[in-house]
Design a binder for this molecule. Structure first.
Ligand code: SF4
Ligand code: SF4
Length: 391
């Protein structure tokens, strides 16, 4: 097999982050102190070596990139201040851009002005598109789905979801093929026979249930939170609330559509706070806004290693999430106010445009780690499960 060496790899990765790993002399301290590095998954020194010697394929095929939670212990221990934790973050951004065939992720990460212009253009497009079909503004009650027709939002949402799923699946397939080839995992070893299938199911549960939703390694192995840190400021909790909040809002939206399809309730009909889809949406919205606000505050204050360096793409994602969550609550307030405040209609238009943009851009931003990390953790769990059986 031919090994392709890219002499510009390190310089290219460094466009995605602030690490100066030229100073690294491969002492291995970072790997020794990393609480998540073990025999099945060694990093970050090995990842740095790949970049230094130009092994692009090895780097972006490494599940290890995604098993790091950027606690910063390695950076604190590095004798040359090469910042290996930030290198891992930059390499993940580089990997996201490598799995994306459109080139949009690279633009958002490495060309902040162009990326911001693209993001503003997409939001303006959705807003104008919706506004072009707008209906009357009822002055007695806030009839939001008469102002922006329900069917238009529904079908635009379907189109955005299709684009999201297609770009997400392309990225995940590209990543999976690379990691599987590197780890020697074949289709037969995953689904060929009952033992293989059982191992696959165990790995899937470990990756999706225990790690992605339960955040086990993030909670237990990453020691970045000082023991005195109050629970509401813990990184893993902020991260978990953001994920659960986002998934909850997504589920509430699907539930609302489902109820409309079943003819139980039309979208946009006024419903009490205890109604399942609204209750779920409200709790999930609070969770999301809290998590994202804490992420923003931590990044502004550069409170830990993970918050020290932010790219324009990181800010874009946090801004879109925060605007989507907050405007949702502002609309809730407007619905309770007497009469029908005209600004409620405009906030609604803004909310819908930003939410559409958010969904469209997810696979090209940091949010993409929600797709790639479970895949990497799946391969890690497979590797761990294989060891005692092969021994
Ligand atoms: S601790 Fe620093 S110098 Fe040592 S291998 Fe890691 S990055 Fe390189
Ligand atoms: S940032 Fe933390 S988890 Fe990531 S490589 Fe460094 S020590 Fe390990």
């Amino acid at each position: 097999m031919t090994t392709i060496v890219d002499i510009d790899l390190l310089a290219d990765v460094q466009k995605f982050g602030a690490a100066d790993v030229n100073a690294c002399f491969t002492c291995g301290t970072c790997t020794a102190v990393c609480p998540l590095s073990d025999n099945d998954s060694t990093f970050p020194r090995r990842m740095i070596r790949y970049a230094q010697v130009g092994l692009t394929d090895e780097l972006i095929s490494s599940k290890e990139l995604w098993t790091c939670y950027h606690c910063g212990l390695c950076s604190d221990s590095c004798p040359t201040e090469a910042d290996p934790g930030e290198f891992m973050a930059a390499a993940r951004r580089y990997a996201i851009a490598s799995y994306d065939p459109t080139g949009l992720a690279r633009i958002l990460y490495t060309r902040p002005i162009v990326g911001t212009a693209v993001a503003a253009g997409i939001a303006a497009f959705f807003a104008l598109f919706m506004y072009a079909a707008h209906g009357p503004q009822d002055g007695s009650t806030l009839a939001l789905f008469e102002f922006i027709p329900d069917a238009l939002i529904h079908w635009t949402g379907i189109g955005v979801m299709v684009a999201l799923v297609v770009s997400g699946v392309i990225g995940v397939v590209r990543m999976t093929r690379r990691v599987a080839r590197r780890d020697g995992v074949t289709l037969r070893s995953v689904v060929g026979g009952r033992a293989a299938l059982a191992r696959t199911l165990r790995a899937a549960w470990s990756s999706l249930g225990i790690e992605s939703l339960g955040q086990r390694r993030f909670r237990e192995d990453c020691k970045d939170d000082a023991p005195a840190e109050p629970i509401y400021r813990r990184r893993w909790l902020i991260h978990a609330l953001t994920i659960w909040g986002f998934l909850g809002l997504f589920a509430a939206t699907l539930m609302d559509w489902g109820l409309a399809l079943l003819g139980i309730k039309e979208t946009g009909t006024a419903i009490p706070i205890w109604y399942p889809s609204r209750l779920l949406g409200t709790i999930a919205g609070i969770s999301l806004v809290y998590g994202v606000t804490m992420f923003i505050v931590n990044r502004v204050r550069k409170i830990n290693r993970a918050a020290e360096h932010s790219t324009a793409s990181d800010w874009l994602l946090l801004t879109l999430l925060w605007i989507t969550g907050m405007t949702g609550f502002v609309i809730e307030v407007a619905l309770y106010l007497p009469g029908a405040p005209a600004w409620g209609y405009w906030i609604f238009l803004f909310h819908v445009a930003v939410a559409m943009e958010l969904m469209l851009l997810l696979p090209f931003t940091k949010f993409a780690h929600a797709m790639y990390r479970p895949v990497a953790l799946f391969f890690l769990a497979l590797a761990k499960d294989r060891v005692p059986q092969d021994a």
